[in-house]
Design a protein around this ligand. Structure first.
Ligand code: COA
Length: 286
């Protein structure tokens, strides 16, 4: 396959069914809802490579204003690898982000993807552990569900700890999965932590998961796991927060793989609060 055989173009919501079939052929679990969400969140910043109308590769990016873009869904058809498809997709995407004057570009790299990103000028920050397993119920205190009216306070809380406003993503996740978000908010209205989850096929992906104390983070996780007990869940934990790992350690969940959180070029990462971030957003959202 020479470069002339394939073209790179923007993704549109109409591509969602073909994208779901493409990812499932490659063994990734993302379906139409995940693709629609990513294209809605990044309407001009998600791209594919297509050959004779058929998808051979994808990459998505979601912009958090100009402060940060998050890259995900870097996937090339197994029969079209090592031919420059991923490099060309990344160059198109990075060119677009540069034109948008985005200050930082970040991603979570698989072992397979890491050399590609290093070649393009990304550097490693820390590792992210993927935990998976059945959700089991823990008895004890529970926090309440997030209401739409909490979202302004949740977004402000998150920005002060993540370092960049993720408002549009958090609003979308809460609106799409209103029964899968919980909050620790005191009588004075102050937020101490929150957790969101979303369904992906038969599974539940948990994150973001933030709290100002390990004690509260534990209750948040217990609340979420109790609500989806018996179902398979996955969580992505930054390994620079050892408290997160120790909360997970005595449950039925196991580490199934590691990703590497990376940033492009010399940019400084957002000024975040590592001790408050127990679980990241995961699945191409940061
Ligand atoms: C990681 C992945 C996206 C790379 O896609 P790709 O299209 O094969 O990547 P490229 O072809 O641009 O680069 C891969 C290699 O092929 C080489 N290459 C590029 N063009 C080439 C060509 N025309 N002929 C021969 N080799 C070529 C590159 O130099 C690179 O070599 P290196 O790894 O030894 O340095 C792909 O392997 C994949 O989909 N993996 C599974 C999903 C995954 O892990 N994605 C990353 C998530 S973070």
């Amino acid at each position: 396959m020479t470069k002339q055989n394939w073209e790179i173009r923007r993704l549109t919501p109409d591509d969602a069914p073909a994208l779901a079939a493409f990812t499932q052929r490659q063994g990734w679990p993302h379906g139409e809802p995940e693709w629609r969400r990513l294209i809605d969140l990044g309407p001009s910043s998600c791209f594919c490579a297509a050959r004779a109308g058929a998808l051979v590769g994808t990459v998505t990016s979601v912009l958090y204003g100009q402060a940060l873009a998050w890259i995900g869904m870097m996937l090339v058809d197994i029969d079209h690898r090592r031919k420059g498809v991923a490099s060309a997709l990344m160059e198109t995407c990075l060119g677009h982000l540069r034109a948008e004057r985005v200050q930082r570009v970040m991603l979570d790299a698989s072992e397979m993807g890491r050399p590609l990103y290093e070649r393009l000028g990304f550097r490693a920050l820390h590792r992210v552990q993927r935990w998976e397993g059945p959700a089991t119920e823990f008895f004890g205190r529970r926090f309440r569900r997030i209401e739409a009216a909490d979202m302004g306070a949740v977004i402000g809380f998150d920005e002060a700890r993540f370092g960049v406003s993720r408002g549009k993503v958090l609003l979308r996740l809460q609106a799409e999965f209103p029964r899968l978000g919980w909050i620790d908010r005191d009588a004075g209205g102050r937020v101490h932590g929150y957790i969101l989850a979303r369904r992906m096929g038969e599974r539940v992906s948990i994150g973001p998961w933030l709290h100002d104390s390990p004690w509260g983070a534990t209750i948040l996780l217990n609340t979420a796991l109790g609500a989806v007990r018996g179902q398979v869940v996955s969580l992505d934990l930054p390994d620079r927060n050892p408290a997160a790992t120790s909360i997970l350690a005595d449950r039925a969940l196991r580490v199934v793989r590691f990703n590497t959180r990376m940033i492009w070029g010399d940019a400084a990462p957002p000024q975040d609060e590592p001790a408050a971030i127990f679980g990241v957003a995961a699945l191409a959202l940061g």
